[in-house]
Unconditional design. Sequence first.
Length: 240
Amino acid sequence: MKMTEHNFTTWDGSQLFYRAWLPEQPTNNALILFHRGHEHSGRWQEVVELLGLSDIAVFAWDARGHGKSPGERGSAENLMAVVKDIDVFVRHISEANQIPIENMVVLAHSVGAVTATAWVHDFAPPIRGMILGAPAFRVKLYLPFAVPLLRLKQKLFGPGYVKSYVKARVLTHDPDQAARYQADPAIFRQIAVNILLDLHDTSTRLIADAGAITVPTLLLAAGSDWVVKLAAQKEFFNRL
């Protein structure tokens, strides 16, 4: 399917960027993709090609502060701003392409999986299903008392950023994929402290109240993950 580029106006007037892969014949089914932290919608190109969904429209955005969307890299007013963006994005896709929300499936990765889950939990959209790939309900920070220290840093010094320790070698065993990740100039290495803390707090809320989610959900987790904690994913899944 040919990829096309678009923009939509979100709740605060920002123009966010997204890509669309539309089949030759009109369809009323859609798959919506949400990238992980630091990344952008272009990273989904190979996935779309491998899926080969010739009768399903596929859409992927650049979250605010990512890729071709505006904003400080890795930053937002708060995580709920991104969740509200998702709601506007999905409704825009539905209206612009005449696709009922009931005919949509969401596939989201890492940080994107947490924001997509928050949208499903808080807005209760009637989507067909949700696929979560290694959701970042708990990020491995590798520093004792990291969350309390980040809260103190934010209180004393105001907004700031944390440089990501994530290297390509901890994301994939495929050397070609690792090289492509390292060479991608649109992937950045920072995340705002307030977003990292919001991610932790939102995840805590979602894990505790996962039972409120009734959307059919598939959760994909690694047997050994250097970036996010498997225990948090299992706890969330067991509470669904």
